[in-house]
Each structure stands twice: as C-alpha cells, then as structure tokens.
Design a protein around this ligand. Structure first.
Ligand code: SF4
Length: 416
C-alpha cells in the first residue's frame, strides 16, 4: 500500500506568547485609562506622529489596527453595510467602513479576545497623517464630529520621488504646529528630552523589526510574510515604547537560531515570492496553508516593511519624524517604488511577485498602472495579480485566487 504523504505543518514561533501579552497590555492599558479618566487617549493613523503623542503623555490607539482585527476575525462583513447605509461607498477603504459600521452597531471583536473590554477606547484627540491616503482623514473627521473631539493632522505630499529637504521642512513644520493644540488637550508642556527618548525607542524598534524581516533573506527562510502580518503587532501599536523593543529582542534571536539550525518556515522551500499590496486579512490562514503546501515561501512584502523607519533620529526628532513618515513606500512615485522592489529582489532573492489588487485600497494596489510589466522586464521574473480586498471578502474569489496562485507556482517551477 502506498504511504500517505504527510501534510506539511506550521512551525510555532515560541515568542508568539510574549507578543500576545504586548497586544493584551496595549488594549487593557487603553481600557483602564478610560475607566480611570486618564491618561488621555489619542487616536493616530498608522504612520501619524505617534512618537510625539507618546512623548506628550497620551496613550495611543490605532483604528487601522482595529480595522485589521475586524478583517482577520471576518466580522468586517457584518459591519460594512452599516457604514454604506450612512453614506460611505462600498468602494472606499473597507477598514473605514468596517470600523465605522462596528462603532454604529456598538460592537468590537476586541470584546471576544479581551475580558472586560466592551468598546474601543474613547479618544481625547484624533491625529491623522494623509501620507497613506485621504480615507484616514475622512475616517477621523467622522469620529471628530460624532464624538465632538478635536481632529488635527498633517497633510502630506503624495507620489514623491526622492524625499528632499523642502518636503521634510514642510512636514516637520506641520508636526510642530500640532504641539500647542496637543499641549492644551494633555495639560502639559512638551518635554523635548522625552520626545528624543521616544524617537530613540521607536528607531530601535524599527531597526529590530527590519532585522526580523531580513532574516527571511536566508535560504531557506525562517519567516514568512504571513508570520510577519502577526508579529508586526508590537511595531504597529507600541512603537516608541520599551515593550516593543523587548519583544523584538526576543523574536530576533529565535529566528537567527532557526537560520543557524537550518530550520525553514516552509518545509522543503522551493519557491520564493514577494507580496505587494495589502494582506487579505480574512484569508490569512487559507493563503498561508496554500503556499505551505506548494512549498512556496512568501519571503518579503511592501506591507510588513511599512513599519521600518530608518530615518528616525533622536538627535533631530521633528525633521527625522517628517522624513521617516514621508519616505514610506505608499507615499512614493512608481519610479521610486520600482527601485525599492529591485533592491528587495537583490536582498531576498525571490523568483516571482504577487500583486494583490485590493478593491477598496487603490493607494496600496500597485498593479494598476503597468508596474508588473515594467518590473517583469527589469527583473526577468514573472508576476501574478490576484483580485481581492483587505477586509471586504465580497471582492475576493477564493476559487479564482487559488487557481491563479497554483498556476503561478507551476510557472515558477517551469523556470527552475
Ligand atoms: S492605505 Fe488603504 S487600507 Fe490603509 S487606510 Fe488608506 S485606504 Fe484604508
């Protein structure tokens, strides 16, 4: 009788338990602050001025992270229609629509994960940066009107090639202009030494996170894009804190040990792929299983790299924050993005690129203006475009995506 082929399985990352604690502490600290009436809470967009807010004593909450939780728990689908009914198009950011819909329904998936948490924390101020998209400003302004809370922010240039001194100066001035308003809300003056300390911690977190991601340059890779979408949690919600630094100081040696021991994240790794665009949050498990079974490792992504801020510098906090927030991949011109992916190819040695065309996030879908074709010509590697969405699963056909990915991996096989 033929022996049944053993199914490949996921390898547990031991640091994951510590990560869950960092995430739990983040949400409980916010919840406790609401109950106790302090410290004050600031909502911030993912690459908004979180370092400034922390230095001024605010606890920082990130609605985009809540959006991702709504997607990953597949509860987004219950809430998007509620936001559509109050005037938000199904075509706009499904983080926004699922988050606003959940708020209107008075629910949050956090209450299932964390005892005693019944709602997202009420803000004292909302602070956005339009570096990634206009949706975040509309999103925050909706809450500002609804909760009668001040909403302030930074308007960033888009489609930038090289980030020059003029852009840095203009953004830095906008960050500094936020200070008097924030001082009024927090009731305390900004301490520049505290800001330097927080920027220093944020830079340390970023350097460690970058080192974690770069372990995937090893062949075989000890870490996948799907691992990254989970383990990026502390870099997203706790950058600028010692807890985030401590977490990556724990995770990094574990991955280095995997490399030293020849342990791969994907057993028998045969193919290496780059993921461009947003994750499909509600299908992480299915997609990671599909790649695992195909012995293909998604080794790098623009998404997970978006929390790498190498420009941060404690000696020059305002200008370096401005540069770091503006050098972000999503802010840049196609030319700059292509050069970035070329550099990633040299480092991670991937043999193909998957572009996720995310229906409700044109800002982070890079396939629409010929980039796959241009990169195929420059890099001589194939690519595939899958259509889907970050949260709205009505835009994603699993059958079609699986067929496309399997055919793509066959194509990679044929090129070996
Ligand atoms: S970048 Fe995309 S996913 Fe993120 S908030 Fe903007 S539209 Fe939504």
């Amino acid at each position: 009788m033929a022996e049944e082929k053993k199914k490949p399985s996921f390898k547990k990352i031991m640091a994951a338990d510590a990560m869950k604690k960092v995430m739990a502490n983040h949400f409980y600290d916010l919840n406790n602050a609401v109950k106790a009436g302090g410290p004050k809470i600031a909502w911030c967009t993912s690459v908004g001025p979180a370092e400034l807010l922390r230095a001024m004593g605010f606890l920082v909450y990130f609605p985009e992270n809540h959006g991702a939780v709504l997607g990953a728990t597949r509860t987004a689908m219950d809430y998007i229609p509620i936001a559509n009914a109050v005037g938000y198009s199904p075509e706009i950011c499904s983080y926004l629509t699922s988050d606003v819909g959940a708020y209107l329904k008075g629910e949050t998936p956090l209450s299932k994960q964390y005892k005693e948490i019944t709602s997202v924390p009420k803000p004292d101020v909302l602070v956005y940066n339009t570096n990634q998209c206009r949706d975040v400003k509309d999103w925050f302004q909706w809450y500002g009107r609804r909760l009668n809370v001040p909403c302030v922010g930074i308007e960033t240039f888009r489609n930038i090639g090289d980030v020059g001194a003029d852009e840095v100066k203009a953004i830095s001035a906008q960050i500094q202009e936020l200070v008097p308003t924030l001082e009024k809300i927090s009731g305390a003056k900004l301490d520049i030494d505290k800001l330097r300390e927080v920027v220093g911690l944020s830079r340390r977190c970023s350097d460690l996170w970058k080192a974690v991601l770069e372990t995937a340059a090893a062949i075989p890779s000890p870490f996948t894009f799907f691992d990254g979408t989970i383990h990026m949690g502390p870099a997203v919600v706790a950058r600028g804190t010692q807890e985030a630094v401590d977490y990556y100081e724990l995770l990094l040696p574990e991955l280095k040990k995997r490399i030293a021991d020849g342990v791969s994240a994907v057993e028998g790794e045969k193919h290496r792929i780059y993921w461009d665009g947003m994750p499909v949050w509600g299908k992480l498990r299915e997609l990671s299983t599909l790649f695992l079974e195909q012995q293909a490792c998604v080794v790098a992504s623009t998404y997970c790299n978006s929390w790498v801020f190498t420009a941060l510098d404690a000696k020059d906090p305002f200008d370096s924050m401005a540069r770091a927030y503006t050098e972000l991949f999503i802010v840049r011109s196609d030319d700059a993005k292509e050069k970035y992916i070329e550099r990633m190819r040299e480092l991670f040695k991937f043999d193909g690129i998957l572009f996720h065309d995310s229906k409700t996030c044109p800002n982070n879908s890079n396939n629409r203006y010929g980039m796959p074709q241009r990169l195929a010509e420059k890099l001589h590697i194939p690519s595939v475009v899958i259509h889907g969405d970050l949260n709205d699963l009505r835009c994603y056909s699993e059958e079609q995506a699986v067929t496309q990915i399997e055919a793509f991996i066959e194509q990679l096989e044929g090129k070996k």
